[in-house]
Design a protein around this ligand. Structure first.
Ligand SMILES: Cc1cc2nc3c(=O)[nH]c(=O)nc-3n(C[C@H](O)[C@H](O)[C@H](O)COP(=O)(O)OP(=O)(O)OC[C@H]3O[C@@H](n4cnc5c(N)ncnc54)[C@H](O)[C@@H]3O)c2cc1C
Length: 492
């Protein structure tokens, strides 16, 4: 096989967007993926395929989803998601630390990049199930997250592979890149390990898109801090920070929130790494409808502080900080029908009971007496003067408690009761490499490393402390496309 113009390291969403864009720009592209084919696609394959993008109502959505029927459009209130809203969400959620240039590219290119993906052949549909509740017979979307890829993460990855191959992109599995071939003139290829044998592949440019360091226990503990060795990994076992390590060795500048990550409530008995047969089903994201109790039987966070899209990514850390690194989510029959689909999987760690007394006795490793007292105090504190409405921040709160609940508070009083055991599931890490507007990797002196580009999780600077749901795939697509175009232009 001839040496390619551009090597793309990794075969997730960011990598494939880079490969498509580079191939469209005329480059010969080779994708090198560490995982065997059956486990390939990285974290992107584990997703639900939700993309956070700017749109201005139904006409814009119709461009992305030409098969949205008139009846479907009439039966839903999609609202809008403006650039101003996306900027606001990124600012507020990251406590105004997001890098202004990267954030500007993410927000202002999101709509056009979704259209580019659609033109490439990716199919989209509305997230009926998870991002919309039915109000008076009509779906109402909330949280600025409205569009998902057809077939979720697996559908997205399979489509991207098919589209890339149709453009002549070679995808090699079981090919772990271990080093960059670099000298004073920049990067000129990679060292790769296949089936235990090392070799070199020359190329004019390299795009690193091989994920963060979430699956590296030692790095997690070193950078995220004590206790992070005990977290479960939600997705691929292959994202061990290789791309970051090899770029740093070539002089790249570390950038972003190295002690921060995306981590959620995740089934306490889930396996150590993600299981593609279950996908994201181990997550437990409906806590805004109930309460969470720790081993002491106490609440420890405001379950209703904001829409779940804006709290779920930081609450994993809060759960990890509890004794034993676990919590129980408790719901009653009033809200059971509103729980997300992941609560109905067979492998959920669930207990049910007809009385609160019987329920707390079933909560493994919890102080049952205190749990009962906490639930009763919570029920007594719910202010029922405002109506419950899951589509808006309804202001229906539980007040006067050490830990308030700011929205969607309902007394937990209607049997049967349900509780789910969760721990911390880490999704991806926020620290990584510094890139410029054209996707070039920046070195410790502030200069671009010739021939080296990056996209996806291993780019630092976008997310700090927290994350607005659906931004990972969007960022991978925006910056993957940029890196693909730039690397092809450099290689030409
Ligand atoms: C369960 C779950 C659900 C999620 N849901 C969503 C969602 O709905 N919407 C959203 O926006 N985000 C979601 N995310 C986050 C999202 O998955 C990531 O932000 C995004 O997919 C990262 O894309 P990426 O291409 O950078 O990395 P990945 O998709 O992880 O791809 C990295 C690839 O690099 C490969 N690799 C690693 N090391 C090497 C090496 N040395 N050599 C060669 N290849 C290597 C890996 O095998 C992997 O295939 C979810 C994540 C998880 C885990």
């Amino acid at each position: 096989m001839d040496d390619p113009d551009v090597i793309v390291v990794g075969a997730g969403n960011a990598a494939l967007c880079a490969a498509l864009a580079a191939a469209d720009s005329g480059a010969q592209v080779r994708v090198l993926e560490r995982a065997p084919e059956a486990e390939s696609g990285g974290n992107s394959r584990f997703t639900a395929g939700a993309f956070r993008c700017v749109y201005d109502g139904v006409p814009d959505l119709r461009v992305l989803m030409p098969d949205l029927s008139d009846a479907e459009a009439a039966n839903a209130d999609f609202g809008t998601y403006s650039e101003a809203q996306f900027f606001d969400d990124m600012g507020r959620i990251t406590e105004y630390r997001t890098d202004p240039e990267l954030c500007e590219l993410l927000v202002t290119r999101s709509r056009e990049t979704m259209r580019w993906l659609q033109r490439q052949g990716v199919r989209f549909l509305p997230i009926w199930g998870r991002q919309a509740y039915k109000v008076e017979g009509r779906f109402k979307f909330w949280g600025g997250l409205t569009v998902e890829a057809w077939g979720g993460g697996p559908g997205l990855i399979d489509t991207l592979y098919r589209l890339a191959r149709a453009k002549g992109v070679a995808i090699e599995f079981g090919a772990a890149v271990t080093d960059l071939l670099a000298d004073d003139d920049g990067v000129r290829g990679v060292r790769v390990r296949r089936a235990g044998r090392s070799g070199e592949i020359a190329a004019k440019a390299v795009v690193l898109a091989c994920g963060g360091f979430e699956s590296n226990t030692e790095w997690r503990t070193r950078y995220l801090g004590p206790g992070w060795d005990l977290a479960k990994v939600r997705g691929t076992r292959f994202n061990t920070g290789d791309g970051i390590a090899m770029a740093l060795a070539a002089g790249a500048q570390p950038f972003g929130n190295w002690s921060g990550c995306h981590a959620v409530a995740w089934d306490r008995n889930a396996p150590e790494f993600g299981d593609l047969a279950v996908g994201d089903g181990f997550q437990k994201h409906s806590y805004p409808l109930g309460v969470m109790l720790n081993a002491r039987g106490e609440r420890f966070l405001d379950e209703g502080a904001d829409f779940r899209n804006f709290t779920y990514a930081k609450y994993g850390r809060a759960i990890l900080a509890q004794p034993g690194q676990f919590a129980w989510q408790v719901f009653d029959a009033k809200v059971a029908h509103l729980l997300r689909d992941e609560y109905r999987i067979r492998r959920a760690t669930r207990v049910t009971a007809d009385t609160l007394e019987a329920l707390v006795a079933k909560l493994d490793d919890v102080d049952a007496g205190q749990a009962l007292a906490t639930l009763k105090a919570f029920n007594a504190a719910v202010a029922t003067d405002l109506p419950f409405d899951p589509n808006v921040k309804d202001g229906r709160s539980a007040r006067g408690l050490a830990v308030p609940k700011s929205n969607w508070a309902n007394p937990i009083e209607t049997p049967p009761f349900e509780a789910y055991a969760v721990t911390c599931g880490v999704t991806f890490t926020f620290g990584g490499l510094r890139i410029d507007r054209t996707g070039r990797v920046i070195d410790v002196e502030g200069a671009a490393i010739p021939g080296l580009y990056a996209a996806g999780e291993l780019v630092g600077g976008l997310f700090y402390n927290n994350y607005p749901g659906g931004s990972g795939l969007m960022a991978g697509a925006v910056f993957g496309r940029i890196a693909g175009e730039s690397s092809a232009a450099y290689a030409a």
